[in-house]
Write a protein that binds this ligand. Sequence first.
Ligand SMILES: [Zn+2]
Length: 168
Amino acid sequence: MNSNKENESKLLVLPYIKGISEKIERICSPLNIKLIFHSSTTLRKLLVHVKQATPMEKKKGVVYSIPCMNCNSVYVGETGRNLEKQLKEHQYAVNRMDNENGISVHAWKKSHRVNWDESRVLKMIPNYFHRRLTEALIIQSSNTTSNLDKASSSTLRRLRSCKNSSVN
Ligand SMILES: [Zn+2]
């Protein structure tokens, strides 16, 4: 009788998902369901693919970096918009020699070229304060993020006051 019942145990094949598979296993073991997990993470691959449908440059609310082609300086910034739009704005600033834009100031003062192709999203952070704080932490923790001269001090000042206001 007992052995008969054991033979009735059902077999279930699932993709392995860390954290979730363990829970499913715990639920299923008293129910006499035998689980087999794929080593290939089919479901996760599928989910990652869905995520990549929108490229990082089009994601809104990001902390990004734009390196210089001629020195170690890296401009770190944040935007509620996407990197693609932000890059266009920076490029426009450089083209019109905008002296309020850190990248433009660096490029023109030092006759350096901006490495637009190597600019990238460092982090996706939809929340405004988290984004500003992350930007500040990256700038402060890195020796090479000089944030291109003038922009450096203004960015840090802006962030410090932002930090203070969130504490108070
Ligand atoms: Zn440079």
